[in-house]
Design a protein around this ligand. Structure first.
Ligand code: SAH
Ligand code: SF4
Ligand code: F3S
Length: 440
């Protein structure tokens, strides 16, 4: 039996898709290279904006044809949009067999079995809090580890930013026990992983819901020094939760990379307050200063949103000025998208769609210039690159990432894959650098 998983959304969804794959493999399934020939197709979905939801419905439209040709194929919709829409998905796309909430994915093999045994349609959502489901992780089974692995450490979000659907579809924050994470990371390193990225909607909230007063910095300290593990990353960090303890851990722990993804969202205090972000622009600037003072060569990336309800032209421009002053290494930039059920979506002062997209274009133009300028300042430096393998394009070129998480492409032999190489940066681009192996 073969399965194929299509993933939308964030790295947490990517990680969940990996877990579903592990579970299916353990149940005797094999991965398939595409929808053709698959006996099970899973769409792991995202609800954060309107667009990823539309993509899912258009993909489902295509799958309807495939289903006509091969009636036995099981179609499952999992993840955030499944949780948000529930039965609605089967109303709009009746050929979907299985709708699975965000904390239900561990039931996938069993539920697929029930469908294959003759049940027509199952919708299994998170009706009540089920923390055990969120805390657990299936065993790694026989699989080998990738060079870079992603490890969820906390699921859900209790922040309720006024624009955001995530707390509604992912539930409240649930941390995994420290021991489980430490064991898993050790196991991954034993099997060949050299870098792990700790994942959560807000990793800095790690431990708050656990007994024993653990913090995220405690977890970093526990993981630093894991044998054969060279690099630790984490995402996403909420600016409000950057404690001095965290800054110290980042500065002092050798395996923790010099990069933080710190979503700012908006550059005007009134907007930040109405977004319920819990910090002012001043707080954010102070946090950046504390981090930069303690952690040398720190790369800071962010998320920015334009067109939040009520955003004036002045507030938008205030944001542009702030982004210019802070100088982010890179940013994910979004136009606000109203999400049904959130506080901001109910407001009457929505910014017209055209204004939102015009502002987004201006923001992207500005930030792209700033990102290139930041990269240009690094040309000439030597950086440590973890080599992933051959570059996607270009004969004899390798691709890897610097500790800043920036992509570096350079000429070299395939035998260097999986090793750390010192690379001199020769050319800056928006996407990263070209370089050459440093001769020391
Ligand atoms: N937990 C992370 C982000 C999760 S969602 C954090 O707190 O920052 C990823 C990004 O999507 C957010 O940072 C935000 O910039 C964007 N986003 C969330 N809701 C959105 C919405 N309704 N419209 C547009 N962008 C949104
Ligand atoms: Fe959404 Fe805010 Fe939670 Fe991030 S912190 S997931 S933006 S509610
Ligand atoms: Fe999307 Fe869910 Fe992630 S809404 S961004 S897939 S947590």
């Amino acid at each position: 039996m073969k399965y194929y998983i299509i993933t939308y959304g964030c790295q947490m969804n990517e990680a969940d898709s990996g877990l579903m794959g592990d579970l299916l493999s353990a149940a005797g399934w094999e991965a398939c290279a595409g929808v053709e020939g698959a006996d099970l197709i899973v769409l792991n979905t995202c609800s954060v904006r309107e667009k990823p939801e539309q993509k899912v419905y258009s993909r489902l439209g295509e799958l309807a044809k495939l289903r006509e040709a091969s009636p036995g194929v099981v179609i499952a919709v999992a993840g955030c949009m499944a949780q948000r829409e529930g039965e609605e998905i089967r109303r709009r796309a009746p050929y979907v067999n299985l709708v699975l909430g965000t904390r239900q994915f561990h039931h996938l093999p069993e539920l697929v079995g029930r469908i294959r045994a003759g049940e027509r349609g199952i919708v299994q959502l998170d009706s009540e809090e089920d923390p055990s489901a969120a805390r657990g992780r299936p065993r790694l089974g026989q699989r080998t580890a990738a060079l870079r692995e992603f490890v969820p450490i906390i699921r859900g979000c209790t922040n309720f930013c006024s624009y955001c659907i995530v707390p509604y579809v992912r539930g409240r924050e649930v941390s995994r026990p420290l021991r489980d994470i430490v064991c898993e990371v050790r196991e991954l390193a034993d099997r060949g992983a050299r870098e792990v990225t700790l994942l959560g909607q807000n990793v800095l909230a790690y431990g708050r819901d656990l007994a024993g007063g653990l913090s995220f910095a405690d977890l970093l300290r526990e993981l630093d020094g894991t044998e054969e593990l060279w690099r630790i990353r984490f995402t996403t960090s909420h600016p409000r939760d950057v404690t001095d303890e965290l800054v110290e851990a980042m500065a002092g722990l050798p395996t923790v990379c010099e990069h933080i993804h710190l979503p700012l969202q908006a550059g005007a205090d009134r907007l930040l307050e109405e977004m319920n972000r819990g910090y002012t622009t001043r707080d954010y600037v102070d946090t950046v200063a504390r981090l930069r003072a303690a952690v040398g060569d720190l790369a800071i990336t962010t998320d920015m949103m334009v067109g939040f309800p009520g955003e004036t032209e002045e507030e938008f421009e205030e944001g542009l000025g702030l982004y210019e002053r802070i100088g982010f290494d890179a940013a994910f930039m979004f136009a606000y998208s109203p999400r049904p059920g959130t506080a901001a979506a109910a407001r009457e002062d929505q910014v017209p769609r055209r204004t939102r997209s015009a502002r987004l274009q201006r923001l992207i133009a500005l930030q792209n210039g700033l990102s290139v300028a930041r990269n240009e300042a690094e040309v000439g430096r030597e950086v440590e690159v973890l080599v992933e393998g051959p570059a996607e394009r270009g004969e004899g070129l390798l691709a890897g990432r610097a500790r800043s998480n920036k992509l570096v492409i350079f000429p070299g032999g395939a035998e260097l894959a999986g090793s750390l190489v010192s690379v001199k940066l020769t050319e800056a681009h928006l996407w990263g650098f070209h370089g050459e192996i440093a001769v020391s």
